[in-house]
Structures are given as C-alpha cells and as structure tokens.
Design a protein around this ligand. Sequence first.
Ligand SMILES: Cc1cc2nc3c(=O)[nH]c(=O)nc-3n(C[C@H](O)[C@H](O)[C@H](O)COP(=O)(O)OP(=O)(O)OC[C@H]3O[C@@H](n4cnc5c(N)ncnc54)[C@H](O)[C@@H]3O)c2cc1C
Length: 489
Amino acid sequence: MSAGGAPGSAAREIDAARGRVREAGGEALLARLEHLDAVRAAPAPRPGPSPRPPDRGATADYDVVVAGGGLSLLLAPLLASAGLRVAVLDRARIGAAHREWNAGTAEVAALSASGLFTRDEIERLVIARYVEGLCRWHGGGTYPVRGVLDHAIDAAGLLAAARARAEALGVTLLDGHALLGHAEGPDAVALAVAEAQPGAAPRALSARLLVDARGAASPYATADLLCPTVGGVLTGLSEGDGERRIRPDVGEILATTEDVEEGRQHLWEAFPGRPGETTVYLFYYARSGDVGPGALLSLYARFFRLLSRYKEGDARLVRPTFGFIPGWSRLSAAPRAPGRRVRLVGDAAARHSPLTFCGFGANVRELAATAADLARAVREPGARATARDAPVHSGTGALAALMAKPVGGARAGEMNALLDTAFAVLHAMGNDAYAALLRDEMQPADFVRFLRETAARRPEVYREVVSALPLRAIGRWGAGLARELYRAR
Ligand SMILES: Cc1cc2nc3c(=O)[nH]c(=O)nc-3n(C[C@H](O)[C@H](O)[C@H](O)COP(=O)(O)OP(=O)(O)OC[C@H]3O[C@@H](n4cnc5c(N)ncnc54)[C@H](O)[C@@H]3O)c2cc1C
C-alpha cells in the first residue's frame, strides 16, 4: 500500500510504522490493520449484496448466526446453553483477540455471574490489579481515582476460553467467512457469506436471527463518533515514580502530553499487564465522518514518534493492538438494526459510554441480559430489547462531541484547560462521584452538579460549547438531561 501521497518524511514515517507493526505482529495482522484503514475509505460502509429473502415457512439452518467473532463471541456459548442452534462467523479467525482489555470489579464479576466461567477461571485471566488509576492533563494536574478500570484482563485467554466453550456446546464456527449481505423473510433471514479469500464464491446460510457483531465495520454502525486507537503491549518502559515512568500497580486512564495538534486532542493511556509488560494506547475522539482512510497507520506513525514524550525507556512493541471504536453522542439518531430479525450488539450498537469508549466493560456488564434478549428475539422477533441506556450517557455524549471537534491555533490549549477543570471538580466531588462517572453510574443530578461546578470555575465553557455544537445538539443535550433528571426523581 502506498502512503497515499503523503509528502517525504510523513510517507517515510508511515512506511516505518507499517514495518514495525509487521515485525511485531506479522503479515496477517498488518493486513488486518490495512483492511480496517481501507474500510474508512468509503464515506459509510454500505450493506453488501442481498440474497433472495427466505419464503414464508422456510426452515432456517440456525436459530442464531452471530456475524463477528470478536468480544461478542462470548454470547455464543450462552445462546447455545439456552438450547439454540448457533453459528459464529468472522472474516478472520474467531476469538483471535487484537485487543488488550482493562476493566473494573463489576465487569470481572459479571463474567462469572453470566455462568460462562467460574470465578476461579476468571481469576486466572486477571493478569494485573492496580491500587489506583490516574487522569493527567498537559499543563494541569493529576487526578487519582480508585475502583475504576483497575484489572488488566488476558484478552486472548478470555476469547480462547469462550471459543473452546462454544465448540464444546456444538456452536458452528466459521473462521475466515465474511458476511456480505442479508435479506429478511417472514420466518428467517438469508445470509450471503464468502470465505475471505480473493475470488471465493458466496455461499448461502439462513438463521431465525442475525446478530450483527461486526463492530465498526458493520454497515449499520452509524454512531456519530469514532475513536481511532493504536498501540499495544510494550516492554522496556522505565518503571518508577514520576510522570514519565510506569508504576506496575497504577493504571493511567487518560493522559495528554500536548495541546491540540493537527486538529485533534490526542490522548494516551497505559496499563501495566504481566511483569515487564505495559499496554499503551494513543487515541483521539473524532466525528465519524472526519476519519478518513489511513487513519490508523498515521496514528501509529505518531505513536512511534512521540511515545518517548509520554514514557521513558527502551520501548519495544511486542503485540500491536488497534481499531476503531464507535461512540454515540446521544445527540443524533442511534444505530438501528435494519429489520425485525436482525439485532446489533457491541460496537455496532454503540450503547457503551461515549466518554470512555469502554465497550468491553459495558458489553460484559450486560452479557447475560443481552444473551437473554437475543434468545427471546429468536422466538419473538421484533420484541423490544430490555436493556436501558445508562442515564449518564445523555450527559456525557455532548462532552465527547465537544472533544471530537477541538479548536486549534491560538486556542489549542482550551481543551486541556477544560479537561483539567472538569477533572479537578470531579476529584473534589470525592472518589465515589468521580469513579461513578467513569463507571457509567453517575446519577443525573450529580452530573448536573458536576457541570454547574465546572462552569462556575471556567465560565468560558459556555462559549466553547456554543462554538463546537450546533444549537439543535445543545437542545437535545438539555432535553436528554432533563428527561433523565425527571425519571430519577
Ligand atoms: C485497541 C482497542 C483497545 C480497547 N481497550 C478496551 C479496554 O481496555 N476496555 C474496554 O472496556 N474496551 C476496550 N476497547 C473496546 C472493545 O474492545 C470493544 O468495545 C469490543 O471489542 C466490541 O466488541 P464487538 O464484538 O462489538 O466487536 P469486535 O470485538 O471489534 O469484533 C468485531 C469482529 O467482526 C469481524 N468482522 C468485521 N467485518 C466482518 C464481516 N463482514 N463478516 C464477518 N466478520 C466481520 C472482525 O474481524 C472482528 O473480529 C478497546 C478497543 C480497541 C480498538
């Protein structure tokens, strides 16, 4: 792949980044990165070719087909243990983690409460625990918090265990099969599926329910925000005290090392894992329409160029992980399934926090409820999902939308100044409130108090909101918050 016309040194940096990802992750992983980047070349992924819809009374090959075997693979054994005939397909290998996950106590507990794993099995998948987490802003302060994102999970081990459980329960696993399109009939959905090899002929499958778990690649993943994220597991970072060193018992949740550059407020995070290893990510929030082709490789080039600004040491990337995480601001229409026999789950549905983008945590917390909803939808297509959006999302989405369009030039420091004020307020509100916001549990009244106190300390926020968000979005934000305040009375 060429560097897309990037001038001299930028093109060389992108080529070097490509080489480092290939060296650490292999050719197949680099191909995956380039595929993700290429998908962004289309303004929005379009639904693929449609097969003929099944006739009335048609019997389906499976009760449920889960298209996308990433995190949502966890649903398959739960659906199979409910007595359903289940298939999972993925354009790559099912259950091959290309992520590293950190999560809180509630998520770790939800994994065993779902019945999928015992507590001991989950315990073995926790590879590190932290005494606290930090958020730190360039030119501002450091704000510790306890009880949030304080476990590092062995993502590869978790998905490998889910895959083994699915196989043992008779789930059909179709590795290397991409879903191209579907057509819904009255009693079943026909799926056009192709082996992910050039020239492979599409094959037909049918299901009573299609679960679209293709993440950001789903044509129905229409959420308005996107968080390009790159990085991975590093060795060689210096350990010790001080901002530019890693403490194995502390997770860095959000950190900035400069003001807005290239129209983006870049953020870092760092989570120690196994001894000597730390997962480090670089990411930014963007409006989904503003993220073009090549976004991940360009971000990797920045990652390698500026990592030493964030952390000291002789860093070596040993496992690259990356992706696009969709986010829904709640200021625009929600992603919606295209029919009664299709359900969106995970990133495609984007019901997780638009502020933290913690899709692993949010989906795992809802795992058992989602599986129960899907099992019901097989019998009663069109039944309403029971899960309700966390009330705080109606407030935090606007903050994420604000961060997705930061102002540069002479005002490039405003985003850090605003974040610093907001986190100073949260910290002053106490650990319970601070942790509740990051865990999606803050009550609407506390959120309004947080906004009021932030505005009192930084009155410029009114101008910043008005210049970044259209009036209609501000109206929706206010209405959403008012609705949640009313419900919480
Ligand atoms: C780098 C990174 C780090 C993250 N870290 C955290 C974290 O620490 N904590 C946290 O809470 N969340 C984290 N997240 C978010 C979390 O990983 C996602 O929210 C979660 O994986 C979403 O699960 P999913 O099943 O919807 O999609 P995914 O896990 O992304 O899986 C989607 C699958 O669909 C497949 N696919 C795509 N197109 C097709 C097709 N046409 N046909 C068949 N299959 C297809 C893909 O190959 C992929 O396997 C992170 C995300 C990224 C990108």
